[in-house]
Design a binder for this molecule. Structure first.
Ligand code: SF4
Length: 280
């Protein structure tokens, strides 16, 4: 490093120390070393399994967005090296669903609280082997405070019963706990604010299988922006659980022809859980 560059770096370090950021530089040193090593042999990120399904161009694009910026002289740290914000926010060892609900309280953490009637936390068996994760409450759910109780909810109940289960055997929840106005999709910042509670619910329940209903929950848990049709019906590992994504029951109400595809996905879930189809 030439003397003028060294002088600039030293000035920045001194500035950081004056701001009380000295430990920042020391604490990140091992991570930066790991980042340098990662350039030679990139660490596998959780999204890699999905990226493998993408086209070569998409895979290149995904890899370039996740990797440290080549040639950058500032301490750019690869997200793959440490816990994500989601993971960091969800780690509360041994907590129960009641603990999580109490922590949410009368939540005003994002704008969705403004129009909600009832916060919709989740319902079902706290030790369920199977958890269904939807997108967010609709009108009926907002009124009743329970997920999947409208027309789409009735269809989900039929799907559960066709699997030889009862609604109370499984756990049902959503990515966001408050109804987005006009049934719009939840915004990214709303998902980012609310989804740590979902992750804590899943960590508390520790189900064998997580079944994502629709693109919003699948994209949130798989940390991808790829459309659900690219990976629907495929298995992924998610923190000790098996995860599969299928179409949302509301989509099936609009496109009944897709029910066959969903039933195939549910049969895969049944095989993992050792369930036999309900006899008619
Ligand atoms: Fe809080 Fe989630 Fe409701 Fe937003 S959607 S207000 S984060 S509970």
């Amino acid at each position: 490093m030439d003397s003028s560059a060294r002088a600039r770096v030293e000035a920045w370090l001194k500035y950081g120390e004056e701001l009380g950021l000295g430990p920042y530089f020391r604490d990140r040193a091992p991570i930066l070393t790991a980042a340098a090593n990662a350039d030679a042999e990139p660490a596998a990120a959780p999204e890699i399994a999905l990226a493998a399904k993408a086209s070569p161009a998409e895979t290149r694009s995904a890899a370039s967005s996740a990797a440290p910026i080549a040639g950058a002289s500032l301490p750019i740290i690869s997200a793959a090296l440490g816990p994500t914000l989601f993971e960091a926010a969800e780690r509360v060892a041994g907590e129960t669903l009641e603990d999580i609900r109490a922590d949410i309280g009368d939540c005003t953490r994002c704008r969705l609280h403004k129009a909600r009637k009832k916060l919709v936390f989740g319902v079902g068996n706290p030790k369920a082997e199977l958890v269904f994760v939807g997108e967010g409450p609709g009108h009926d759910e907002d009124v009743q405070g329970e997920p999947f109780v409208g027309r789409a909810g009735k269809l989900l109940t039929q799907m559960i019963e066709a699997m030889s289960l009862r609604r109370e055997d499984v756990y049902i929840c959503n990515v966001v706990k408050c109804r987005p106005p006009e049934n719009r999709l939840p915004e990214k910042d709303e998902i980012a604010t609310c989804s740590p509670f979902l992750l804590r619910q899943l960590a508390s329940i520790q189900p064998k299988v997580i079944c994502c209903l629709g693109a919003c929950s699948a994209q949130t848990l798989l940390a991808t922006n790829q459309g659900i049709s690219r990976y629907r019906g495929e298995w992924f590992d998610f923190r000790g659980s098996k995860l599969i994504a299928t179409y949302h029951p509301a989509y099936l109400l609009r496109n009944p022809a897709a029910k066959g595809e969903v039933w195939k996905d549910l049969q895969k879930v049944m095989a993992v859980l050792g369930l036999q189809p309900k006899k008619r």
